[in-house]
Design a protein around this ligand. Sequence first.
Ligand code: GLV
Ligand code: MN
Ligand code: MN
Length: 407
Amino acid sequence: MDPPLSLAREVIARCRTLAAYTEEPGFTTRRFLSAPMHDVHARVRSWMEEAGMSVRIDAAGNIRGSYNAAQPAAKRLMIGSHLDTVPRAGAFDGVLGVILAIALVNLLAGKRLKYAIEVVGFSEEEGVRFGVPFIGSRALAGFVDDELLNYRDADGLSVLDAIHAFGLDPSRIGEARIVDDSLGYVEFHIEQGPVLESLDLPIGIVEAIAGQSRFDVIFEGKANHAGTTPMNLRRDALAGSAEWISVVEREAQATPGLVATVGRLEAHPGAGNVIAGSARATLDVRHPKDAVRQKAAASLLTCAEQIARRRGLSVTWESRLDQASVAMDASLLDTLRDSVTRSGYAVHSMISGAGHDAMIMARRMPAAMLFVRSPGGISHHPDETVLPEDVAAALVVGRTFLEQLHD
Ligand code: GLV
Ligand code: MN
Ligand code: MN
């Protein structure tokens, strides 16, 4: 079977087209329901309609294209990924999975299967705007609660406000939930790491996704004059958080398989001649084993308390996420492995260190994922890219998977 290389090139071009829709000119920054998501929806809608799907946008801002089965009462296979991005992102994280799914429907050329297909572009997976990820897939899987809807962004707007401002009706969010029987959920995604490249493989099968804990950690001290306050009389919240951040790095380095990251730190009042009275840091902790992750997170928070006490500071934290690691569905994995072999590629199974919507969807239906090699292992960066041959491999495997899947 010839790899559909020209279609792969088209998929890549479409991802790059969407990368131009951004909150920040010159970069790709597109947070949950930010204004450029309207343009993304318009483009994705036209590509979905062209592939023969009927399209709707649900109240959580997910764009959903339905491709009917041969028979009306058939079950449905869901294929998707997310359309939001981290700040200054690449063009492929999430977006590739949505565009590739549409291309798979294109490849059917109007042929109807025994099952329906729903392609979904999730509105939010990165957790950037509200510090909490998976808003889109949580709505589909039915795990939206008042706590989530009332989180606030840096401008003080809640998730509810954001949904309103985008022109959607948050009171209808319950309608986003999938209630009927689905065959499963499949997600195509870039690997975002160096493993496939090191093995010289275009694609890999995800067997499980590592769990993650996320917190906001707030150090409180006393703002004061930077020129007149002697060093021994300061309660510098930023210096305290800096000490703690280096402990976070050291502890993670000392624990096999553990990754821990402080990716954001805000000092207040934030002036060069004022000792910081408070500092707010994010903490992201991940490990394939939940017990190791939870123990490490608890220990890092205890370290924050110890450092704060010694420095005359106080520290509090807010838990944003405690997501267990998730195994992918054994039966879908079998079909995926078989499809990889039939397509002439080597089977390589791996664990994802990155979080994915598949983690949430797996709580509602069987879920599986296929990774596409990330050149240079680079992701969450404008240099993120994919090779046309690898996207073609994913298309061939995806097409075979659709043929092999039974309703
Ligand atoms: C999503 O990109 C994550 O943070 O794993
Ligand atoms: Mn992603
Ligand atoms: Mn990401």
